[in-house]
Design a protein around this ligand. Structure first.
Ligand code: ZN
Length: 137
C-alpha cells in the first residue's frame, strides 16, 4: 500500500515515505521531522536535506495555518481535467512549515482571502484513493 493510491493521479507507486498513506487512511495528515536538527518537512521526506540525517520521525499536522497564496486553475495537466476548476493553496503552519495543496470546494471563492485560517483535512476520493485538502478552521 503506497503512493499509487494518492490523489487524483499518482505518478509514483512507492516511496520511502509510504507510511504517509497509512496515516492518511487513519485520518492524519503528517509530515516528517529530523531527529537530529529538528527541521520539519511536508511533503514528508525520508532524509534531511539540511543535515543529511536519515533519522526522521513522523508528526501530525494539527491546528490551523494561514493562507499565504492561492490560485484557481481553469486548465490542468493530463489526468486532472475532470477536477477543474480547483484552487491550489500555500498554507503556513509555523515558521518552518508550509503546506501546499487544494482548497476544499466547500470554501466559496468570494470568501477566500489571504490570512484566513485553514486546517489540513484527510479526504477519501473515489476508488479507494486518499488525499488531503484545506478546510476552514
Ligand atoms: Zn536534519
Amino acid at each position: 500500500m503506497g503512493f499509487e493510491r494518492f490523489g487524483t493521479v499518482s505518478f509514483t507507486s512507492t516511496t520511502k515515505v509510504d507510511h504517509f498513506i497509512e496515516l492518511l487512511d487513519q485520518g492524519r495528515v503528517s509530515g516528517t521531522r529530523c531527529k537530529k536538527c529538528g527541521k520539519s518537512f511536508f511533503p514528508p521526506r525520508a532524509d534531511c536535506f539540511s543535515c543529511f540525517s536519515a533519522e526522521m520521525g513522523w508528526f501530525e499536522i494539527t491546528g490551523s495555518g494561514q493562507l499565504i497564496s492561492y490560485s484557481t486553475l481553469i486548465y490542468a495537466p493530463t489526468g486532472f481535467e475532470q477536477d477543474l476548476p480547483f484552487t491550489i493553496a500555500l498554507v503556513q503552519f509555523s515558521n518552518d512549515l508550509k503546506l501546499f495543496g487544494r482548497l476544499s470546494r466547500e470554501i466559496e471563492e468570494e470568501k477566500t482571502r489571504i490570512g484566513m485560517k485553514l486546517r489540513a483535512t484527510p479526504i477519501k476520493l473515489p476508488n479507494g484513493r486518499v488525499s488531503y485538502e484545506f478546510r476552514e478552521a
